[in-house]
Design a binder for this molecule. Structure first.
Ligand code: N01
Length: 530
C-alpha cells in the first residue's frame, strides 16, 4: 500500500512528490490533465501570464532548479510556466510517479484498516495511508447561470479550461464576459484578432498596467546568487514577495506631494504589492484606501481620453484591493480600439442568451463566440467536487456552513488527509508558490514525525481547528473585506449559494510561517496521533 497519494501535479503536487519521495515515502500522483501544470495547464488562454515576477514564482527546493532554469522575462507567460513545470517533472524524475488523465472522483476512509480508498472517473482504484489534495485554489472554473445559455450555437469557452489546440478569432464577433484578472489579460489578445469584441463588464476593476521586459544574463546571475536569501525573506514577508516597504503615515516629512510622487513611482514599477502596500493600512482603513484608489482613478483618466468610456470603466464601486488587483498589459489601450465596445451590465446584467446573441435590457449583441472569464469556485471548489468521505460524512457537507481547515491543511473528522493552501491559510493572498512551499515543508515534517513515532493515523482536534478558524475570522473582521459588501472569490460569494466568509488567512505570510514553525517545534499540539 502507498504511503501517500497526491492529487494534482501543479506546483504543489510536484513539490510534494519530490519532497515526500526524498523523505523516503512511497508516493503516487494522480492528475486529471494529460500533462503536469495544474492551473497552468488549464489556463492557456491567449495573453495568460503570471502577475508575480518569474524569479519569485518558482520552486525553492531543490536549489538546482533555479540554477538550471532560465526565465526569459520579468513576468512569465503561461507557456513558459507550463514549460518550467514540465522541466521540474523531468529534471527531478517525477514522471514515473504520475498517472495522467485520471480525475479523482471519490476518496473513502476505511477506519478499520486506516486507509484511504481512492477511485478515479476513468476506473482506477488506489489504496493509500494518506491523501494529499494538491488540487489548487483557482482550478474549478465557474460558469454563470444565464437563461438560454444552452441554446447558444456558437463557440463557448472559459479562460480556465481553454482548448489545447487554441482558438482563432479572426473575422469573428466575440463576447468576453468578465473583467477580472483573466478577462483583462485575454481582452487585448482577442481585440487584436476579432472583427468585433464586446466586453461585458459587471464591475469596473482596477487594472494596474505592467510592462514586461527581458531578463538580462547579468540580472539573472545576480538573482540566482541571491535566490536562497530571497526565498527566506519571502517566507517572512507579508505576501511572499519582495515589495517596497509601506510608507510611514506618521512621518511629518510625508507631505501630500511626496506621497503622490511615491505612488507615481510605484505605479510605474508595475508591482501590485508595492503599489497597493504603499500605505500600511490600505486593507483596514477606508480613508487610506481612498487615497490610493483616487490616485488610481486619476491615472486611468490620463490613459483613457474618451470621457464616456472613462465613466464606464472607472472603478468606483468598491475599495481598491477588496477584489484582487488586476495587472494588465495594454488593457486600457484595447478598450479604446474601434473594434471594441464595453457593455455596461452593472445595472441589469445579461437577460438572456439566444442561439446567436447576448441580450441585455438595452440591446441584443450578435456574436459567434462567448468567452467566459467568470473566474472560479475558489479555494474549496476543486475539493467539493470530489466525494471525500470519512466516518459517514463528506467534506462537502462538513463545509456546508463555511469552509475550515487547521492552518489550511488539516480538517477535523478527516484523518490522514492533507490539503495544500486550503481555506484559512494565506494561500492565494500573495505569492501562492511561497504559500505552497510553506505547506509542503510543514506537511513533510509532520509526516516524518508521525513515522518516527511509529504512528499511522493523525487527525486535528475539532476545538483546535475551530480556534484557528476563529483567529482567522478575527483578523479579517476589521478589514475592507468585511467592512463592505464587495463580492469576490475571496469571500466565496461569487458562487451562488456558497457561504460568505473571508477564506484566506490575512495575517501575512511571515506570521503564518511563525505559527507553523511553532506548531512543529511544540510537537504539533492538537493533532492527535495513533
Ligand atoms: O476571475 P474573477 P478571474 N455576469 O472572479 C465577472 C487569479 N488569476 O479568472 O466582479 C457577468 O476575478 C465578474 O464580475 P463581478 C487571480 O488571483 C491570476 O479573472 O463579480 N459577469 C468578474 O469581472 C484572480 O483574482 C492571473 O461583478 C460575471 C469576472 O467575471 C483569480 O485568478 C490571471 C458574472 C470574474 O473575475 C480569478 O481571476 C488570471 C455574470 N454572471 C487569474 N459572473 C495572473 O497571475 C462573474 N462575472 C495574472
Amino acid at each position: 500500500m502507498l504511503d501517500y497519494l497526491v492529487v494534482g501535479s501543479g506546483f504543489a503536487g510536484l513539490s510534494l512528490a519530490y519532497r515526500l519521495r526524498d523523505a523516503g515515502f512511497t508516493v503516487q500522483v494522480l492528475e486529471a490533465g494529460s500533462d503536469v501544470g495544474g492551473t497552468w495547464y488549464w489556463n492557456r488562454y491567449p495573453g495568460a501570464y503570471c502577475d508575480i515576477e518569474s524569479l519569485e514564482y518558482q520552486l525553492g527546493l531543490p536549489t538546482l532548479l533555479q540554477q538550471e532554469w532560465r526565465w526569459q522575462g520579468k513576468f512569465a507567460s503561461q507557456r513558459e510556466i507550463e514549460a518550467y513545470l514540465q522541466f521540474v517533472a523531468d529534471r527531478l524524475e517525477l514522471r514515473p510517479m504520475i498517472q495522467f488523465s485520471q480525475f479523482v472522483e471519490k476518496a473513502q476512509w476505511d477506519e478499520s484498516t486506516r486507509t484511504w480508498q481512492i477511485a478515479t472517473r476513468q476506473g482506477l482504484a488506489v489504496a493509500a495511508r494518506h491523501v494529499v489534495f494538491a488540487t489548487g485554489c483557482l482550478s474549478k472554473a465557474q460558469y454563470p447561470r444565464i437563461a438560454g445559455l444552452d441554446t447558444f450555437r456558437g463557440q463557448l469557452l472559459h479562460t480556465g479550461a481553454w482548448p489545447r489546440e487554441g482558438v482563432d478569432f479572426t473575422g469573428k464577433r466575440v463576447a468576453v464576459i468578465g473583467t477580472g484578472s483573466s478577462g483583462v489579460q485575454v481582452i487585448p489578445e482577442i481585440a487584436r484578432q476579432a472583427q468585433r469584441l464586446y466586453v461585458f463588464q459587471r464591475t469596473a476593476n482596477y487594472v494596474l498596467p505592467v510592462r514586461n521586459e527581458l531578463l538580462s544574463d547579468d540580472e539573472l546571475a545576480r538573482r540566482r546568487a541571491a535566490f536562497v536569501q530571497e526565498r527566506k525573506a519571502a517566507f517572512r514577508s507579508p505576501a511572499g514577495v519582495a515589495a517596497d516597504a509601506p510608507l510611514d503615515r506618521t512621518d511629518p516629512a510625508l507631505t501630500p506631494e511626496k506621497l503622490e510622487a511615491e505612488l507615481e513611482r510605484r505605479w510605474n514599477a508595475g508591482n501590485a504589492f508595492s503599489f497597493l502596500g504603499a500605505l500600511p493600512d490600505v486593507f483596514v482603513n477606508l480613508e487610506s484606501n481612498r487615497i490610493i484608489a483616487d490616485f488610481f482613478r486619476k491615472k486611468i483618466r490620463q490613459i483613457v481620453q474618451n470621457p464616456v468610456l472613462f465613466e464606464k470603466i472607472v472603478p468606483r464601486d468598491y475599495p481598491i484591493g477588496a477584489k484582487r488587483l488586476c495587472l494588465g498589459m495594454h488593457y486600457y489601450d484595447a478598450l479604446q480600439k474601434p473594434n471594441v465596445e464595453v457593455v455596461d451590465i452593472s445595472q441589469s446584467g445579461i437577460q438572456q442568451i439566444s442561439a446567436s446573441s447576448i441580450q441585455t435590457a438595452e440591446a441584443a449583441y450578435e456574436v459567434d463566440a462567448i468567452v467566459f472569464a467568470t473566474g472560479f469556485d475558489a479555494i474549496t471548489g476543486a475539493l467539493a467536487q470530489i466525494e471525500i468521505k470519512a466516518n459517514g460524512q463528506t467534506l462537502r457537507d462538513a463545509w456546508a456552513q463555511g469552509a475550515h481547515a487547521y492552518l489550511g491543511v488539516l480538517v477535523s473528522g478527516f484523518p490522514n488527509v492533507f490539503l495544500v493552501t486550503g481555506p484559512n491559510s494565506p494561500s492565494v493572498f500573495g505569492n501562492v508558490v511561497v504559500a505552497i512551499e510553506q505547506h509542503v515543508e510543514w506537511i513533510v515534517r509532520l509526516a516524518c514525525t508521525l513515522r518516527d513515532q511509529g504512528k499511522i493515523r493523525l487527525e486535528v482536534a475539532r476545538d483546535v481547528e475551530e480556534q484557528w478558524r476563529t483567529q482567522v475570522n478575527a483578523i479579517a473582521k476589521d478589514s475592507i473585506f468585511k467592512m463592505t459588501e464587495t463580492q469576490s472569490w475571496y469571500m466565496g460569494d461569487n458562487v451562488p449559494g456558497k457561504p460568505r466568509e473571508f477564506l484566506p488567512y490575512l495575517g501575512g505570510f511571515g506570521a503564518f510561517q511563525e505559527i507553523c514553525d511553532a506548531s512543529a517545534e511544540r510537537g504539533y499540539p492538537g493533532i492527535e496521533r495513533k
